[in-house]
Design a protein around this ligand. Structure first.
Ligand code: ADP
Ligand code: MG
Length: 738
């Protein structure tokens, strides 16, 4: 703790955990709001709030110093602004005069009529653009601009205290209304001069810093916030990137060891038994499916809990792997008993998907004396029905819970309703989480740690855990965020599937594409159309947003494009029973075209639907687009994905092109990762990893090093007795990942 340092006239004491509002009282409201928005509570948070990039003072210019060909940043007041048509080419032109303390220059924007509405006379802005010359006069053409409230003090000569050097790099932080880079920079400097840095214990052990030549925490903090040269900033970033991944790994390795050390249920099935089940599938398993099944069955044979991630592209056949392994569990008797079955809970993210799985499982298990249950927030079902053994029946929730509790229902499929405390199993031996990325870490953990009802069950016994995901993510990322799971890849598609044809359709090709689709519809195929929104009640806004909505688009298509076909809509605002009916009709080919929001993203299986149109594709992430497209690789008919987009931005076009060309989801994921790298840093976390952490994810060597070191530490000192700093930090780190 630092006592008695004098800032201004207020003696203060400061620690890493000190609240910012106590250390820096009397902040304007906007800043307090910004603290909240950016998640900055303590001094430590601020020290760990890193620049997203560094500017170079050589880019920052006074207007009087500008020369043709420069691409400077200038801070200026808008002295005047007007727009009109150019004399020669009749294009819209907006002209402004920019002024700083040293002079004025003209700025010209072509074909951007809205600029004049965004910039007001007398307001301030930050401008960057190339300086050109016309008739002997300098001007800046199409400068990028950002509104600022005031011209920064001493712009051009002492913005960030240049310390008498001509060349100086300054930090640029992800800003928010109320917090500027300049404020952060000066505040961090104050914290530095308080002497607090000397008190910080390095969370990375010395020997690891040495081994990988990483700078100490103190040096790194100084270098990342106030670098003298670029290489210092880079070293510091590298260290923090390593630190972030190292701590994620420590946490995950700890969780993994914790889970896998638990006693579990031993399940031993002979190959012949399992094959009998497999032989009933209407297809031959792919080698990848066989390999996955064998791996899981092998895990089952040990006394310890499995925790495995099965990752496979959409349509790679994860359900068959799940069903076969469920079979092994459901036909095993509880320990030491000669009746009964071990139980499985199979959780899916949506009701539609849960119901579809329930139907599939009925087909797979109907020849066996095994009951299958379904639980969602809208009701429960059981197969077989007492009165009609070939079909399921609705049952009350209390009845279902009773049968699950006494073990009479060995297989329970459901949505997140499964997590609820009231759902108690007798002998829960296996938990499957489908489309696992749709659940939070917490939900997954709750499911795996479900209480067992049976007093005879050995204490601390936990179920085997299988997470399944179709979101292909790069290996480095999988090793990091799912470091607590063993990884199995389902990297083969069932044979006979034709690769999907993906076309990017620009507005001029729309009509032709509809014509093509009509032919396919005529031969009996079905079509999904995905729109970004459900509804846009305000017609003016709809026009402004130019985003297709499900309701309006369905109406338009029926009236103008596909009058001869049945069109239905599906979105999250429909009641569950309505959703069911819509899906059922589509499945039975009573409707030909389904206009939907991205609710169909997950798992829904309609083999005859071989076409998908995605409207407003630029609004979806690559992974999501890939998942949407996955809805149609379900049969042997040629499938088509039409990505409708009127985008002109280079980055979006590149992304869509990647979607067209990627051979599989994994390739796409690597592309996405690299693109993110070059793209704008957002200051937002993805997958619970900060921008700086993502820098590590792009570096397989760094991820492997962090993983190895973390494994080593957890292996030799699981309780972290010799690593108090790590232990302390891990105690707090959890919140960052949820
Ligand atoms: P996902 O991995 O996306 O969950 P599913 O398990 O839903 O995929 O399988 C997609 C479709 O492929 C289903 O209709 C399923 O019956 C079928 N399928 C699964 N495995 C095979 C296989 N080995 N050969 C042919 N079809 C298969
Ligand atoms: Mg699936």
């Amino acid at each position: 703790m630092i006592l008695g340092k004098v800032w201004g006239f207020i003696p203060i004491s400061m620690e890493l955990k000190s609240k910012l509002e106590e250390i820096f009282p009397r902040q304007p409201d906007a800043r307090k709001k910004a603290f909240k928005k950016l998640g900055l509570k303590t001094v430590e948070d601020l020290l760990y709030y890193f620049p997203s990039r560094y500017g170079d003072t050589t880019e920052l210019k006074n207007i009087k110093d500008l020369q043709v060909g420069d691409k400077p940043i200038i801070y200026a007041k808008i002295k005047s602004i007007k727009s009109g048509k150019g004399y020669v080419k009749k294009i819209t032109m907006t002209e402004a005069v920019l002024e700083d303390a040293t002079g004025t220059i003209q700025a010209v924007w072509f074909r951007q009529p809205y600029i004049a509405k965004m910039l007001n006379e007398g307001s301030f802005g930050k401008f960057q653009g190339t300086v050109s010359e016309r008739n002997g006069k300098l001007y800046i053409a199409n400068p990028e601009h950002r509104h600022i409230n005031d011209i920064p003090l001493g712009t051009g000569d002492s913005l960030f205290n240049k310390e008498n050097t001509d060349h100086f790099i300054y930090p640029v932080y992800p800003e928010s209304n109320g917090i500027s880079s300049k404020w952060i920079y000066h505040t961090v400097n104050k914290i530095f001069s308080s002497g607090l840095l000397d008190e910080i214990e390095d969370p990375i052990p010395q020997e690891i810093l040495k081994k990988y030549k990483l700078p100490s925490i103190k040096t790194s903090l100084i270098w990342i916030h106030t670098p003298k040269k670029e290489s210092d900033a880079l070293s510091a970033r590298k260290r923090f990137a390593f630190e972030e991944v190292f701590f994620i790994q420590l946490l995950r390795q700890k969780q993994k060891t914790e889970y896998q050390n638990n006693p579990s249920f031993k399940i031993q099935k002979t190959k012949e038994e399992v094959e009998k089940f497999i032989n009933r599938f209407p297809f031959k398993l792919t080698p990848a499916q066989e390999k996955s099944i064998n791996q899981i069955l092998k895990d089952f044979q040990s006394n310890h809990a499995m925790s495995r991630l099965l990752e496979g592209d959409v349509g790679s056949g994860k359900t068959a792997v799940a069903a076969t392994t469920v079979y092994a569990v459901a036909t095993t008797k509880p320990n030491g008993e000669n009746v009964g079955n071990l139980q499985t809970a199979y959780m899916a993210p949506t009701e539609i998907l849960a119901k579809q799985l329930f139907e599939s499982f009925i087909q797979y298990f109907s020849h066996l004396p095994i009951n299958v249950g379904l639980i969602t927030s809208n009701g429960c079902r059981k197969f077989p029905s007492k009165t009609n053994p070939d079909s399921w029946t609705d049952i009350s929730r209390s009845q279902l819970l009773k049968w699950v509790g006494n073990g009479e229902i060995p297989i329970l499929i459901g949505t997140h309703s499964l997590i609820q405390k009231t759902v108690k199993f007798k002998n829960l031996a296996y938990v499957i989480i489908d489309e696992q990325h749709r659940f939070g870490t917490n939900q997954r953990r709750k499911m795996a740690n479900k209480e067992q009802n049976d007093e005879t069950t050995e204490k601390n016994r936990v179920p085997h855990l299988l997470s399944m995901s179709a979101t292909p993510i790069p290996r480095t990322l999988a090793l990091t965020i799912y470091g607590d799971l063993d990884l199995t890849l389902l990297d083969q598609m069932p044979t006979g599937r034709k690769p999907i044809i993906t076309e990017i359709v620009t507005p001029d090709k729309r009509e032709k594409t509809y014509d093509f689709i009509k032919k396919e519809l005529e031969s009996g195929r079905q079509l999904y159309i995905i729109c970004p929104r459900i509804d846009e009640p305000d017609p003016d806004k709809a026009k402004a947003l130019r985003v297709k909505s499900v309701k309006a688009e369905a109406k338009r298509l029926k009236e103008e494009i596909f009058p001869n076909y049945e069109i239905d809509i599906l979105h999250s605002k429909l009641k569950p029973t309505e959703k069911d009916d819509v899906m059922q009709d589509f499945l039975e080919n009573k409707t030909n075209i389904l206009v939907a929001t991205s609710v169909v993203e997950v798992g829904v299986n309609v083999p005859n639907a071989t076409m998908i149109i995605i409207e407003g594709a630029e609004r979806f992430g690559l992974a999501q687009l890939h998942q949407l497209r996955g809805r149609i690789i379900r049969s042997n008919h040629q499938a088509y994905c039409f990505v409708f987009s009127d985008t002109k931005t280079k980055q979006t076009l590149e992304r869509l092109k990647a979607l067209k060309n990627a051979k599989n989801g994994f390739e796409l994921a690597e592309f996405d990762l690299n693109l993110r790298g070059s793209g704008e840093l957002s200051g937002k976390k993805q997958w619970g990893i900060s921008d700086i952490g993502m820098e590590a994810i792009r570096n397989i060597k760094m991820v492997e090093a962090a993983r190895t070191e973390a494994q080593e530490i957890i292996k030799k000192d699981f309780k972290l007795k010799n690593y108090p700093v790590i232990k302390n930090k891990l105690g707090n780190v959890e919140v960052h990942f949820e």
